[in-house]
Each structure stands twice: as structure tokens, then as C-alpha cells.
Design a protein around this ligand. Sequence first.
Ligand code: PLP
Length: 525
Amino acid sequence: MKVSNRALSSRFADAARSSDRGVTRANWAELLDWKLDQESDRPIYQQVADFLRNKILSGVLPPSSRLPSSRQLLTELGVSRTTIITAYSQLLADGYIVGHIGSGTYVAHDVINRIDPKTLPVRLPAEARGLSKRGGRYRDVDLTRLVMDNVPFNVGMVRVDGRTSAQLRQLAARKLAVDPSQLGYIDPMGDISLRDEIAKYLGVARGVRCSADQIILVAGTQQAVDLAIKVLLDPGDEVWIEDPAYPFTALALDAAGMLLRPVRVDDDGLSIADGIAAAPNARAAFVTPSHQYPLGVSLSLQRRQQLLDWAARNNAWIVEDDYDSEFRYDGPSLPALQALDRAGRVIYAGSFSKVVFPGLRYGYLVVPPALVGAFTGARALSDRHPPVFFGSLLAEFMERGFFVSHIRRMRNEYRRARDILAGQLKRDIGHLVDVVTPGQGMHLTVYLRDGLSDEQVGAEARREGIMVRPISRLYRANPPRSGLMLGFAGFDEHRLRSAATRLSLVLERLSPRPGQTSGRKHAAI
Ligand SMILES: Cc1ncc(COP(=O)(O)O)c(C=O)c1O
């Protein structure tokens, strides 16, 4: 977690103001919450230094304030004087404090300018002691996974063509001219015209049977998952997740304290038999049936029926993430699970992130009528309602038919990008890897052979300016396959071809010569 310089500046400005008002000594009450973390591998002096650094960064010890003497501190914290002196020496060396140990040490008056942002602690262990258990789990979420560079083959990238850009610009300019309907709060479920449009679209495109009254607009699938967890589950509940799984769903469930039961995925999608054998009484299953993330397979019709039967028998919930179903290339896809559900157990989540662009932060939930009240309540208490401006913009984008023609045009472009990438990789390195051409979506999968590690290929590719997502790290329990996810949607032909050439060179370099095995194991989480 990075602390921005601007956030730091304002925190320090506050602290400096309080020190101007004469607060020049430590706020002792705040310093007495120290407790040694016996389980930590960090040496005690390091824990003391972290603790004091956090107090400085959070403004408890303001700029120019005098630090307690090492004697006072050792009495209060119950650690040795050497430990305190070593901790102080480190803070002196890092520029957080100035003066002489023994004759007076102070927080540097210009501490903000002295701190190299790279040395900021990633975690704030001392402050974390006040966190709830859930808060501690949120603190530990690995945010580096959110890094979304615009480099091939980042799976988070999309393209928006000139025609769509112009249409969006035109609609936005009109909407920005002050519209009185945008000046107040609205229904927590969101813009009714947009919900009407989504209901119509889903009926035709995905067989989803719903009215606008069952649709709740949310900030993308991520908020849909968050709300489903809040409304349907309690900490400690068992939940099936696909193995391998979309990391942001798994992380959200983990952080909320669910007991994750990873269920194997094969060529027919999630193995329902495995799920029933491992956790027959799970409360919910979180799935990507139309295009399994990351493997790209589709849940067979028979398995869809088995999953729905299990959920109906056990009063379990199915959360269906239908994330990139708009981009189907080879024939029609199977209907959504929601379309086959007779027992009202499916919560359907769709997103504009893939089909338009992720920065919109717009998506939707379709919930059974009996759940509308609970979901709407949770949504309202989370962030009142979705942004009015983009809601009405998307509504008009759909009403005027722009959305459907955008899908048609982008589907052609993405199909072409898929064929270019798959074709080039098969030709250049088909003898080294298995390239799977997907029938849907915005990424393809490349399986590695001969024990070649996808993590190693990923790291090497990064050095060549390419981003490939290793699949093995997305597994939790089942033997991981070594493979790479390659997003093809966000890049033009030139970038795709040149990145494919670089990736081929990396794979040529790392692959064992004939008769030789790499002996490398691929990394699990
Ligand atoms: C499996 C899966 N679900 C959903 C999404 C969309 O997430 P959001 O709507 O939160 O942007 C993505 C985007 O990458 C995804 O890969």
C-alpha cells in the first residue's frame, strides 16, 4: 500500500499545526498501546522502529516534537535499552528523527521531505492492533495484483473505437449541461431507464428472465460480489470456488472470513461431483460458467443442471459472474444459469468493464425478487446509489442502439486480434507450448510443457516489457497447471505481433532442448 505524498503532506500539515499550538511532547496515551508481536519474524528493535515510524507518519508524534528518552521508553515498552537505541539509530539514519540519542531526539521538522516514499512501511503493524479480524485481512490484501499497466498482454485492457468514443463524447457533453435530474440523490438501485435497457438486453442476449425491478446497478462485479457476501453469507460459511479462480472473488471471500472450498475445473467446467464430495452443505458457489476464469472453458449443460439441482436441494446460492459473455466468436453460448434456474437460487452479475471499459465502474446484479430488499438495503448503506451521470449516459448509449453496435464492431475486432495472436504463437512456438484459441472472451491460454514454470516465464517476459499472467498461482488445492493468460483485446495488430515475437523468444530461450528436461516445478500459491 503506497501512501501518496499529497496524503502525507496534509497529515503532516495537521500535525505541524498541532505542534505550533505547543504539542511538542509525545502523546503518551497513544504510545502505550505497544505490544510485542511474539509471532512476528521481525527482530524486536525493528518492531519498535516500525511502531515509532507509524506514530510519526500518522501524526501522533508531530514534526519537531521531542521523543521520549530511551529510559522512559524502555520503562513503558518493557524492552531493553539496547533495543531502543538500535531502533532510534535506524530512525535517525532514515531521517525520521534528528538529534542525539541520550541528549534529546526530535521528530525531524521537515520529515515529509526527508522520507523516501520507497522506504514507507507497506504495513502498519502497530496501528493494525486496533483493527477487527476482518480489517486485518483487508490490510493483508496484496494490492500489487491491481497494477494494470498498458502493456501487452495485460488481461485488464480493452479497446474503444473512434465511433464509440465520439458517441460517448457527444452524450457526455449534453449530459454535462446542468440537468436538474442530476442534482439530487436517486433510487439506490440506480437509473430506471438503464435498468430497463439491461433487462431487455439480457433477455435477448443471455436468456436471463427478469424485470427492471430485480436489477440493482453496482460499481462493477467487485461490488456485486461484495454485496452478495454481505447479504447471503456469514463469516465461517463454506463456499465453493473454482480451482483455479478469479483472484478478486477469492480475495473478497477470504477477506470476509469465508471457508473457501476449492473445486476442480476440467474441460466441462466446475466438477459438481467434486464439490458435493468435498463440501455438500456449502452455503454458496461463486462461478464463471460461460467462460471460466482463467481456463476459458464453458460449464456444460449437464453440469449446469447438476449445479442448479444441488443449490435447490441445499438452499445454497449460486453467484454467476457472466463477465465477458458479450464477446462470443464461434456460435451461440449456452444460456446463463439464471435462465435455467427454477428455484430462485441464482444471483447473476454482469459488468460494463469488459464490454465498454473498466474505468466506468458500472455493473449490475440480477437477484430473485425475494432478495431485492436485502440487496438494495446493503447497497444503499454502502454508497447510497450509483453515480447519476454515468448511469444516464449508459442508459442513452443503450437506448439509441449504440451499445449493441459497439458490441458487434468490437466483437469483430477482438476476433481478429484473437486470430492474429493465436495464429502467430501456433506458428512460432506451437512445438513448445499448447495454444488454446478461445470461443469467447478477451484472453487466450497458453499451456507450458516439460515442467516449464509459468512464474519464471512471467518474470522473464516482464523484463521484455510484456505482461503474461501465470495460471498456477490461481490454484489453491488441485495440482496447478503451468500456463499463461494472454489478453489480446486491448492492443492493435502491431503491438500484438511485436509482443508475440518477444514472448516467443522468451519461451525459446527458457524451454529445455530436446532430450533435456527443465526439472523445474511450477509454483503454487
Ligand atoms: C472473472 C471476472 N469477473 C469480472 C470482471 C469485471 O470486474 P469489474 O466489473 O469489477 O471490473 C473481470 C475483469 O477482469 C473478470 O476477469
